[in-house]
Design a protein. Sequence first.
Length: 453
Amino acid sequence: MSFTIAIVGRPNVGKSTLFNRLVGRRLALVDDRPGVTRDRREGEGRLGDLDFTVVDTAGLEEAAPETLSGRMRAQTETAIGQADAIFFMIDARVGPTPEDQAFAALVHKSGKPAVLIANKCEGKAGESGRFEAYALGLGEPIPLSAEHNEGMADLYDALIAALPEKTAEQRARVAHTGPQPIRVAIVGRPNAGKSTLINRLIGEDRLLTGPEAGITRDSIAVDFEWHDHPFKLHDTAGIRRKSRIDEKLEKLSVADALNAIRFAEVVVVLLDVENAFEEQDQRIADLVEREGRAIVFAVNKWDLKEKKVGEISKLRILAEEKLTQLKGVPLVAVSALTGEGLDRLMQAIIDAHAVWNKRVSTSALNRWFEEAVSAHPPPAVSGRRLRLNYITQAKSRPPSFVVFCTRADAVPDAYLRYLVNSLREAFELPGTPIRLTLREKDNPFKGRAKRKN
């Protein structure tokens, strides 16, 4: 059963970027200037296993009907009328504006199922604007970065919820194909053995290897299956310190590797056993954490290491000392040359992917939250007590939580780290990035005039 989605919103919130992402190619012009799109443009979109017609529209603006902006708005209203569902997009970095409020009312009036998209949420950007978007009355805002391909899995879930009957038939048709492949990027410094590792996993010399550093330039995707689990493995160029990159071609290769990280669900950071966790390894791991991807450390060339009792434990301790924000990341010793440890590596990838997708019930979260706050109350600031009211999970991939409280800006970073570490331990979330956002509860008396005595 085919259906149509219209992407609507103010100018310059990223509608055309999402349109291009869904159709898989650059059909719509994209520029930082508002008003580039004027006519509505249709394309054949795809999201996961769903196929549909997607319509890019001009930015909604208040204007007289006879003006160019007014005629563009009429085109958008026609697209809304013809669509089965609407993707209503806002700029999360700006937050909902009065114009967003007005156009949200227009979407409400249409009676069409709507998905509220808070775009430009890459990394930790736009978190406050996303939560303010609840006020638009269009349900839970879906955090997205159309430019960086983040949040598409959550958008897929929201589309299924918006059009359950129309999407059910398509999903039933592809159900027999089994699970979707886990997207894995193999990253690390030059000559860490990334291509050799993939060749060993797939059982053929698919990728060029050699003793010279920097052989791989493009990010190469290889399909692979392990114990009936499908994977899409991305080999990447070695990432050196920015100060050492001077050739244009190498800069492009590194940019391609960074895009592979953003596309991946799990990132394997490949380390050289002789100098694991040097400064550049830490930078790469920190980049993966900031992008919000599941992470696994693989220590390569283990066949060259003299085996001593406790060597792996020492590396795990070193990892936690160097990367405190990634406590409990899986660490596996491997040899890409001999195949040692590869089964353990693949199982670690599957386990990390499961943790990255984990959801915790609100009731279980708040039982833990009450105990955690009672055991270690937040400190008083300027003589005033901070009140933390309750917590909820906003999304997974990575696990992201919102704490509703008073005076969010006064909660110390050390206390947030305590909550994150306690969350990891209580709900078995080792290694995965965890996002914890503070949001102040609405004050019902805010804006009211003070009573005169």
